[in-house]
Unconditional design. Structure first.
Ligand code: NZQ
Ligand code: ZN
Length: 385
C-alpha cells in the first residue's frame, strides 16, 4: 500500500428532514448566501425547507448557476459576496452548484485574478465556509475538495482542489432526489460508478480493504441503479444511491492506491467542446480507456470481471472483453449512451479535436502510468464512434 494522508472534515447530515438541522451548523450571526441553479429547488420544495431552516439568520440568494458552472456567472456572485460581506455560503443543488459555490468561496478570498486558481493552479490560501444541501447524488462534491469550472469566453473546463473548500457540512436527504428526471438519476449512477473505477481499476497495490470498499460501491450501484429508475420514490433505494455516490469520491477508497482519472480528463474536454453531460462523456470514454490499457490493467480487469460480473470462464482476453462489454451494457441499460454517435458528435473530427485540447492544456501523460498520451486518446476516441 502507498503512503497516504487522509482528512475529511465534512459533517454528513443524512436522512429525511435533515435540512432542518443546518441552523445548528452555521455559526450564529452569520450572513448567509444561498446559491442555487436553474430553479429545480423551487419546484420540489427544497428552497422552502431551506428558508424555513434559516429563520433567524440574515440571508440573501444567488441563482442561475448553470450545469457545468460558468466562471462568468460565478464572478457575479463573488462581487455580491464581497459587496454584502457574506460570511457563509449555502449551496443548494447538484454538483454544479456545489462546485460553483466552492469557486465563489475561494475566489472571494483570493488576491488577484481568480481564474488563475484554475488556469495557473494558483494556491488557494483561504475560502469562505461552505455548506451543501445536495439534490443530485453523483459527483461527491458535497464532501470533497474539488470543483470543475467552465469559462464561456475561452471554451475551457478546468478543475481545482483545495482543503479550504471542503464543505463544513452536507445534507444528504434522499427525498430531495425524488424530483430528479431519469436522465440525471442515470447520470449520477454512471458518475459515481466511474469515480469508483478511476480509483479501483489500475494495478494491484496490496490494498484489499480499498478493493472491497470499491467493489461494495460498484455492486450497490449495479443493484440499486435500475431500481432508482424503476421506482423513483423509493426512499431506501435513493438513500443507498446517495450514500454510494458520496463514498465514491470523498477520498476514502482512493487512500493508498494508484489512481487513473484519464477518463475524467478526456471527458471534461468533450463537455467543453460538445456540451455533453459529464456522465455521458464518462460512459463513452471509460470502456475505451479500459480496452486501450487492458495490458497495463490486466490483473485488476480480471479481478473486476470475476468479483463484479461473476465472469470466470474463458481466456484472460475473453474475460476482460466480457467485463468491459458488461460495463457498457450497464450504462446503456440506464439510458446513458456509450458511443459518440448517441450524442450526434461528428466522429471524423472528435478524436483529433479532443486530443488537441488535451495537448493545449498540457495533459500529455494521463492515467496511472502516464501512458494515455494525446495520441492514445485519439485512437481511443476513434473506436468510440
Ligand atoms: O439547476 P437546477 O434547476 O437545480 O437543475 C439541475 C440541473 O439542470 C438538475 N437537478 C439537480 N437536482 C435536482 C434537479 N432537478 C430536479 N430535481 C432535483 N432534485 O439536474 C441538472 C444537472 O445538475 P448538475 O449539478 O449539473 O449535475 P451533477 O451533480 O451531475 O454535476 C455535474 C458537474 O459536476 C462536475 C462535473 O464536471 C459537472 O460540471 N464534477 C464535479 C466533481 C467534484 N466536485 O468532485 C467530480 C465530478 O467528476 C465532476 O467532474
Ligand atoms: Zn465525475
Amino acid at each position: 500500500m502507498q503512503n497516504f494522508s487522509y482528512f475529511n472534515p465534512t459533517r454528513i447530515l443524512f436522512g429525511k428532514g435533515q435540512i432542518a438541522a443546518i441552523a445548528a451548523r452555521i455559526p450564529a450571526g452569520s450572513k448567509v448566501l444561498i446559491t442555487y441553479g436553474g430553479g429545480s429547488i423551487f419546484r420540489n420544495g427544497i428552497h422552502a425547507q431551506v428558508v424555513q431552516a434559516l429563520q433567524g439568520f440574515e440571508f440573501l440568494e444567488f441563482g442561475g448557476i448553470e450545469p457545468n458552472p460558468r466562471y462568468e456567472t460565478l464572478m457575479r456572485a463573488v462581487e455580491l459576496v464581497r459587496r454584502e460581506q457574506v460570511d457563509f455560503i449555502l449551496a443548494v443543488g447538484g454538483g454544479s452548484v456545489a462546485d460553483g459555490s466552492k469557486f465563489i468561496a475561494a475566489a472571494a478570498k483570493f488576491d488577484g485574478e481568480p481564474w488563475d486558481i484554475l488556469a495557473k493552479r494558483a494556491t488557494v490560501n483561504a475560502a469562505l465556509p461552505l455548506g451543501v444541501v445536495l439534490t443530485l447524488p453523483a459527483t461527491g462534491s458535497e464532501s470533497n475538495t474539488f470543483a470543475v469550472i467552465s469559462r464561456e469566453s475561452t471554451g475551457e473546463k478546468l478543475g481545482f482542489g483545495s482543503e479550504h473548500c471542503y464543505p463544513v457540512f452536507a445534507v444528504l436527504d434522499p427525498e430531495a432526489t425524488f424530483s430528479l428526471p431519469p436522465r440525471q438519476v442515470a447520470n449520477g449512477i454512471v458518475d459515481a460508478f466511474v469515480h469508483t473505477m478511476e480509483q479501483y481499476l489500475t494495478y494491484p497495490a496490496d490494498a484489499p480493504l480499498q478493493d472491497r470498499f470499491a467493489e461494495g460501491i460498484l455492486h450497490t450501484l449495479i443493484g440499486q441503479g435500475p431500481l432508482a429508475l424503476a421506482r423513483p420514490d423509493d426512499y431506501t433505494v435513493r438513500a443507498n444511491i446517495m450514500w454510494s455516490a458520496t463514498m465514491a469520491l470523498n477520498g476514502l477508497i482512493g487512500c493508498g492506491v494508484p489512481q487513473d482519472w484519464a477518463t475524467h480528463m478526456i471527458g471534461h474536454e468533450i463537455t467543453a467542446e460538445y456540451g455533453l453531460d459529464h456522465a455521458q462523456t464518462l460512459a463513452v470514454v471509460l470502456p475505451g480507456v479500459l480496452r486501450s490499457q487492458r495490458e497495463m490493467k490486466r490483473e485488476k480487469l480480471l479481478q473486476y470481471a470475476e468479483r463484479i460480473w461473476g465472469i470466470s470462464a474463458g481466456s484472460d482476453a475473453e474475460r476482460i472483453e466480457a467485463a468491459i462489454a458488461r460495463t457498457e451494457a450497464f450504462f446503456e441499460s440506464l439510458g446513458v449512451g456509450t458511443r459518440l454517435s448517441a450524442y450526434e458528435v461528428a466522429a471524423a473530427e472528435a478524436p483529433v479535436k479532443i486530443s488537441a485540447r488535451l495537448r493545449a492544456h498540457g495533459f500529455l501523460k494521463l492515467g496511472e502510468h502516464g501512458r494515455v498520451t494525446p495520441e492514445v486518446v485519439e485512437s481511443i476516441l476513434a473506436e468510440r464512434v
